[in-house]
Design a protein around this ligand. Structure first.
Ligand code: EPS
Length: 390
């Protein structure tokens, strides 16, 4: 299974095309719209989110609520486009219109793709870079991920997430009754946090950053329950599922690190406090007494919950700008002010959830491929029964 996305932040629309989904999987636009609307929320988002009301049009690959096996095309229109039709229009412009229509950007923001992208593609107008490198693209990734999430939920696989840190404020709540309970709490938290005390402090930290024209980052944790064991492989580097998850997380805008299970803590613990002891019961089959390795051993799922964390750096578009160089004059400047979010970590948790969903669904479809979704479901049930009694 694979997908491509297309579209600029202030262009007419974002598009995702998914290829390789089995036929006969239930899919309606509300499956996708729920995720799109979750992505738009969160304390710290800027004014753009008041302009957009992201909703999907399924323009191919689905008929009467079921996938056809043909490519699934998803379109999300940008409401803001109507303000940008001239600047972002597709038609050529006359030389005397250039000044007015291009609003040329020659001042790269530190931490953004602006300068490297401009040098790489030869764009003297850095709008050509920032329009595509903008995190607006995560809308299309969430749309594709929502389809993957639907596939997983049909196979009894449940995904949730929570924000564990924002701007140095850490959540102290590590336990939750069930994944559904975690989802209920985080859905009602403006920062998607389980800890009400930390939630308050995180919101204060975001408000302070905004007041100071600054931005803050954080850490999100994704939890997946119900994955069958043995998905992924140890036999070759590019078949290891943990590697695919890490690559997925690192491909999200502004993510700078990823951990699975106890992650970097493993460096300071003895092996006896890292590896999870194996046990078996008739009802559940093999399971681990602990889950420090986060549901993955040898590049494969163990059947225990998958735990992935990602760290997002503060958004680099600052109202209090850092010093940079104008590429036309080669002179330093500090004055560029762009509209931005002061913190997008809660939204990034939703993006990460959907990115993880994509990687897991793609791995399942690759390993247990059937053109028919009903057969895929049967094969997954067989795999679970087989692994339990092995
Ligand atoms: C972004 C800048 C802001 C954010 C945007 C990411 O957009 P704008 O330039 O229109 O003010 O709101 O995020 C989204 C539009 C989104 O949908 O998440 C950037 O520079 O990366």
């Amino acid at each position: 299974m694979r997908y491509l996305t297309s579209g600029e932040s202030h262009g007419p629309q974002l598009t995702a095309i998914i290829e390789g989904l089995p036929a006969g999987m239930p899919l309606v636009d509300s499956d996708i719209n729920i995720e799109l609307s979750r992505r738009q929320k969160g304390h710290g988002r800027g004014r753009r989110m008041q302009i957009e009301k992201d909703t999907v049009q399924i323009t191919g690959g689905v008929r009467h609520g079921y996938t056809l096996g043909s490519p699934v095309a998803l379109v999300v229109e940008n409401n803001d486009w109507k303000h940008w039709t001239k600047i972002m229009g597709q038609d050529p412009i006359a030389p005397d219109e250039e000044d007015e229509m291009k609003r040329k950007i020659s001042r790269p923001r530190p931490g953004h793709a602006d300068l490297n992208g401009a040098i790489k593609y030869g764009h003297r107008d850095m709008r050509n870079v920032l329009e595509r490198s903008s995190a607006r693209e995560t809308t299309a990734r969430v749309a594709a991920g929502a389809v993957a999430k639907k596939l997983l939920s049909e196979l009894g696989i449940n995904i949730g997430s929570h924000v564990v840190e924002i701007g140095g404020v850490k959540s102290t709540v590590k336990e939750y009754d069930s994944l559904d309970k975690l989802k209920e709490i985080t859905e009602n938290s403006p920062v998607r946090c389980l800890d009400p005390e930390a939630e308050k402090k995180m919101m204060e930290a975001i408000d302070l950053a905004k007041e100071q024209g600054d931005s803050i980052g954080g850490i999100v944790e994704i939890i997946v329950e119900g994955m069958p064991s043995g998905v992924g492989s140890y036999v070759h580097y590019d078949r290891k599922l943990d590697a695919k998850l890490a690559s997925g997380i690192m491909s999200i805008n502004a993510f700078k690190g990823v951990e699975i299970g106890i992650g970097f803590d493993a460096a300071s613990r003895p092996g006896s406090e890292v590896h999870d002891e194996i046990t078996w019961s008739k009802e559940t089959g093999y399971y681990r007494k602990t889950n420090r390795l986060g549901g993955l051993e040898g590049g494969m799922t163990t059947g225990m919950p998958i735990i992935v964390r990602g760290v997002m750096k503060p958004i680099p578009t600052l109202y209090k700008p850092l010093q940079s160089i104008d590429i036309e004059t080669k002179e330093p400047f500090t004055a560029s002010i762009e509209r931005s979010d002061s913190c997008a970590v809660p939204a990034a948790a939703v993006v990460a959830e959907n990115v993880v969903a994509w990687e897991l669904a793609a791995a399942i479809v690759e390993q247990f491929y059937s053109d028919r979704f009903t057969t895929l479901k049967e094969v997954i049930d067989q795999q679970r029964a087989y692994a339990r009694d092995f």
